[in-house]
Design a protein. Structure first.
Length: 343
């Protein structure tokens, strides 16, 4: 009986340890560490890009990393950027090299089901495009039958292209893959491929940042949808939910016209919703293991979603992507940028 009791006690002790381990969240780890490890690209202008002039990381994805650091840790500078590629980004989050990835990643069901990741809300709507050299005299996708296309390793685009070849009955076309967008662009310029295929935003960015943008033509066709979203490892609802509502907070801030410039004024608002949304006298933070002013901290550091978009993809940038008339506009303006109810 003593042996049975000892074995039973051991089993329950083991279960307690296992349960304790299972309940640990990346959110707690990030708080204890005091730094967010955020995976992002460094070759995608407008999204994740290392500016060689300033030596600083910049882009929409980069700013989302900083907004998370501000919301969770109260300081947007407490982030370590870890460079990931289309091929390495999923392993990076599954092996705990990073806490979250924001790297122009297309949301797809197979990724959540087979890779064991959870996507965050879509923060940019894009589509798969094709870019050629202007002097190739190619005007449309149909002109590329038998051509060599290049794209990035581990991206959805390779599957999109092969499906398009099959749908059009093409036999001679082929796809070459490269590690990142920089090498992909170099392959187009060197003539190793006739066309470069990736998200249209990336094509516009590389053409816009080139010495002579008129040398490149983005074809009119969009081969497939590419809704971008950040992602975390699956089965950590505490961390996932915190990041979901940080993202929604940036969307809602734009809808409610709360900006970096007027934040201090809004903090003094008599509106009960604005007070709770910004964490004045209580807020939503405790529901997610965050400070009550987590949304205010993100806005103070990075601005609302519209400000982040304008800074990286707006009319004053070389890769201007107009939100008007696209899903990237607020839902109140006919777009798909939408936050659920907060009250």
């Amino acid at each position: 009986m003593k042996l049975i009791k000892l074995l039973t006690a051991g089993v329950f002790a083991g279960l307690a340890v296992t349960t304790g381990q299972a309940s640990a969240s990346v959110l707690d780890t990030v708080k204890q560490r005091g730094t967010l490890n955020c995976g992002t690209d460094n070759t995608a202008p407008g999204f994740g890009y290392l500016n060689t002039t300033t030596g600083q990381m910049e882009g929409l994805d980069v700013d989302f990393c900083r907004a998370v650091a501000a919301a969770v840790l109260g300081d947007a500078s407490k982030v370590k950027f870890v460079t990931v590629t289309d091929k390495s980004r999923f392993d990076a989050v599954l092996t705990n090299q990073v806490d979250v990835v924001f790297a122009h990643t297309t949301m797809k069901p197979a990724r959540e089901s087979s890779i064991a990741i959870d996507f965050l809300p879509v923060n940019f709507y894009d589509g798969t495009g094709i870019m050629v050299k202007t002097d190739s005299e190619v005007a449309q996708f149909a002109d590329l039958e038998g051509a060599t296309f290049c794209t990035t390793q581990g991206s959805v685009t390779e599957t999109v292209l092969t499906s398009a070849f099959k749908a059009n009955g093409w036999q001679g076309s082929k796809v070459l893959t490269y590690e990142n967008l920089e090498k992909l662009f170099a392959a187009l310029n060197s003539g190793r491929c006739n066309a470069m295929s990736t998200d249209k935003s990336a094509l516009a960015a590389w053409a816009g940042n080139s010495p002579k943008p008129s040398d490149y033509l983005i074809l009119p066709e969009t081969l497939d949808k590419s809704p971008f979203a950040g992602f975390v490892a699956a089965n950590d609802s505490k961390w996932r939910n915190a990041l979901r509502w940080i993202t929604y907070g940036l969307f809602q801030a734009e809808e409610s016209d709360i900006t970096q410039a007027n934040l201090e004024e809004k903090l003094k608002s008599d509106d009960p919703f604005v007070q709770k949304f910004l964490g004045v006298g209580g807020g939503y933070g405790k529901d997610f293991g965050l400070p009550d002013d987590f949304v205010a901290q993100a806005i103070k550091a990075m601005g609302n979603y519209g400000e982040i978009y304008a800074r990286n993809l707006g009319p004053d940038t070389s890769m201007f992507l107009d939100r008007k008339g696209t899903p990237n506009a607020l839902w109140t303006e006919g777009g798909a940028i939408y936050s659920p109810l907060w009250n």
